[in-house]
Design a protein around this ligand. Structure first.
Ligand code: SIN
Ligand code: MN
Length: 200
């Protein structure tokens, strides 16, 4: 494991060894069985290329009315609990006394990407967003708290954990592309990113 910081974002490279990654993935299989992946549209009607689901009290949702947290899966069921294996990662790196209320699960396949955005739909910015990467490498771009300006990228690999907290809690960030086939962790390839958030 090595820790680095880029534009205020702490990255614990290789925090999760292959056994820990496999254990989280096994727990995610039961999350996805209860709460299958779905594809959201922006308020402008464009489909997101990333498929999503969630665990915890809240999941994230987007439609013509905009972005928000919701307490049910689109099928009407409550979200499954956040697995202990994932909670442990929060405990290890968040430095936050509160527990996450949402574990957003993003599935990137093929050419899926995520445009530059801020995570700002949460009520308490004192708590960080903790991001866990599983599967193929992804080019993570980090900008500034304000829109625009200089930005820098780094490759996130399977088992890396990034923490957006403190002055970097509201930085713009996104995923430009994947290095498809760089990992064999996921059946069918691609990448899963988990973000743990305190919502209320
Ligand atoms: C996100 O910003 O919600 C996801 C970032 C990532 O996939 O690493
Ligand atoms: Mn984000």
């Amino acid at each position: 494991m090595s820790k680095l910081s880029l534009r205020g974002v702490d990255v614990y490279a290789g925090l999760l060894d292959p056994a820990a990654q496999t254990a989280i993935l096994a727990d995610l299989r039961s999350v996805v069985k209860q709460a299958p992946f779905f594809r959201l549209k922006t308020r402008f009607g464009q489909s997101l290329s990333v498929q999503m689901t969630a665990a915890g009290q809240y999941g994230w949702f987007s439609d013509a009315k905009g972005y928000r947290y919701v307490d049910r899966h689109p099928d009407g069921q409550e979200w499954p609990a956040i697995p202990d294996s994932v909670m442990q990662v929060w405990e290890q790196v968040s430095g936050c006394a509160r527990r996450p209320e949402c574990c957003l699960v993003n599935l990137y396949r093929d050419t899926a990407r995520m445009g530059l955005h801020q995570d700002r739909d949460e009520a308490d910015f004192d708590c960080p967003v903790v991001s866990i990467s599983l599967g193929d490498d992804a080019l993570f771009r980090i900008g500034n708290v304000e829109k625009g300006g200089k930005n820098e990228s780094l490759w996130l690999r399977s088992g890396d954990v990034a923490v957006l907290g403190g002055d970097a809690r509201l930085v713009y960030h996104g995923i430009d592309k994947l290095r498809l086939g760089s990992s064999t962790l996921l059946q069918g390839g691609g990448r899963i990113n988990l973000t743990l958030r305190v919502v209320t």
